[in-house]
Write a protein that binds this ligand. Structure first.
Ligand code: HEC
Length: 470
């Protein structure tokens, strides 16, 4: 029996594995963006302290470094591997596609990352103990190293959305994949917004230290944070417009038709709130407050970064990476340069359940006894990356999408015309498999709808199908 290199499926009922990754990734984005932004702001402040001979600025820098150590480096070091673990079990082929292109790029990122982590400790513990000039050099190396990790990871993230140039499909060249069309706008957009995030944190820390430093130094620091922050929001938004213009066509359909309006409203409001805060503190520095910064950082996380990460996950649909692996892990393109073959025809011919080595034997051949279970297996394997296929709430639930369709024929009639290579919407893959598998999927959906739209996620192989095989 021919099998394809498919993997077991991690099915998270209701919210789906995508939201699990989304939550972990958003924590990571918060931690890393604040820390990369701060590394640049602090190197700038350290230069100012050195040139203008203002030792009190170093007290502030030290406090900020401690905040980074406790806030960013602990949560960042936990959530970073968390993305690896969750993404690997959620989509082994997606991760594999990325590793096969970018293994050395990742190796380079880790070197910068190790440098960054080591330096934040060195900077904190050597401040005031070594001469200012050497410390300043280390501070700038920290800033460059921190930003280098972003410089590298953005290339991989942009490739996930699209290789950008058709030529990568024939050359398979790593640089074609890395410097894809939306690389620079993406990098510059993140680089700008991270300065704003770090500025919000910086204002809160300035408030906490107000009593310990002179008024002049306090005002200097608050103004620096505010000006950089204002520039960050404005430039971030300009680069967003550039980023938007480099998106593939299907992403525009998704942005206008699939992403909920509330996401845009939330992100817009957060940006306005940050801009207002910086504008106020740049005029009246005494208004910087930790009680404003912390709630604002929570808002940035909840209605800024989290929806942004969700949108970024959505924009690349139906693909998980490089416009050749779908979210359900099926490969729909030949990429000779990489030795990758389109699997669609083979699956259509052999059967979707038959080519996956992890589908129980008793479900590979469809019989009247196992039909509904086999259909559930198809739904979990082929649709659950983007849908809650066993319930009525959470991620685009099937119970809502197929509301009222309690007959197998009705579901089949709909899907057979909708999820075809010609008619499928640009954000969803078409159905792949034998016609009897589409029938089984339809039977399962009709059955779950007639049971009230909520069934167990368990796959049970009916005993009769073992009998049938004997
Ligand atoms: C790559 C992600 C993805 C996969 C995989 C996927 N879908 Fe979808 N599906 C979507 C999106 C996105 C929408 C529409 C937007 C929404 O409702 O959020 C959608 C909408 C639907 C709808 C509603 C159609 C309409 O016009 O309102 C149905 C029905 C549906 N999907 C069925 C399926 C079935 C069956 C499968 C598996 C064979 C599947 N989907 C696999 C992403 C996906």
């Amino acid at each position: 029996m021919d099998v394809l290199g498919l993997y077991p499926m991690w099915y998270v009922p209701t919210i789906g594995s995508a939201i699990v990754i989304g939550i972990i990734a958003s924590i990571h984005v918060m931690a890393s963006h604040v820390s990369v932004g701060a590394s640049i702001l602090l190197a700038y402040l350290a230069t100012k302290a050195y040139k203008e001979n203002q030792p009190q600025i170093y007290d502030y820098i030290k406090r900020y470094l401690l905040t980074l150590l406790v806030f960013s480096y602990v949560s960042g070091s936990i959530s970073g591997p968390g993305i690896w673990f969750s993404a690997t079990v959620a989509n082994p082929r997606g991760i594999s596609a990325l590793i096969h292109n970018f293994v050395w790029v990742w190796a380079a990122e880790w070197i910068w990352f190790v440098a960054e982590v080591t330096l934040v400790y060195i900077l904190f513990y050597t401040l005031g103990r070594i001469d200012q000039k050497s410390w300043l050099k280390l501070a700038w190396i920290f800033a460059v190293g921190s930003w280098a990790t972003m410089y590298i990871i953005v290339g991989i993230l942009s490739f996930m959305l699209s290789p950008g140039h058709e030529k990568w499909f024939t050359t398979g060249n790593i640089l074609d994949a890395f410097y894809n069309k939306n690389y620079f706008p993406h990098l510059l957009m993140r680089s700008s917004y991270m300065l704003a995030f770090a500025g919000v944190m910086g204002l809160g820390i300035a408030h906490l230290m107000k009593k310990g430093i002179s008024e002049k130094v306090y005002k200097d620091i608050v103004r620096t944070m505010s000006y950089w922050g204002i520039a960050g929001v404005i430039f971030g938004s300009v680069f967003f417009a550039w980023y938007y213009s480099t998106l593939p066509e299907r992403s525009h359909v998704i942005l206008s038709g699939v992403v909920p309006t509330s996401y845009y409203v939330g992100i817009g409001l957060v940006l306005l709130a940050i801009l207002a805060y910086f504008t106020l503190t740049s005029i009246v520095p005494n208004l910087a407050r930790i009680y404003a910064s912390i709630p604002l950082l929570i808002l940035i996380f909840a209605i800024g970064v989290f929806p942004e990460e969700k949108i970024r996950e959505s924009l690349r649909k139906p693909y998980i990476a490089g416009e050749f692996v779908w979210v359900n892990q099926i490969i729909d393109k030949d990429i000779p340069a990489k030795g990758i073959e389109n699997e669609v025809n083979k699956i259509n011919e052999k059967g979707f359940l038959a080519v996956n080595a992890f589908v129980p034997e008793g479900l590979k051949t469809i019989t009247p006894e196992n039909k509904i279970m086999a259909g559930k297996a198809v739904a979990i394997l082929q649709c659950s990356g983007c849908h809650n296929v066993t319930g009525a709430s959470g991620l685009r639930p099937f119970a809502k999408k197929f509301e009222g369709m309690t007959s197998e024929d009705a579901v089949y009639g709909f899907l057979a015309n909708y999820l075809t290579p010609q008619a499928h919407p640009p954000y969803m893959p078409y159905f792949v498999g034998k016609d009897e598998e589409l029938r089984a999927l339809s039977a399962y959906i009709a059955d779950m709808i007639s049971k009230g739209g909520r069934v167990s996620a368990k796959i049970e192989v009916p005993p009769a199908s073992y009998e049938a095989r004997k």
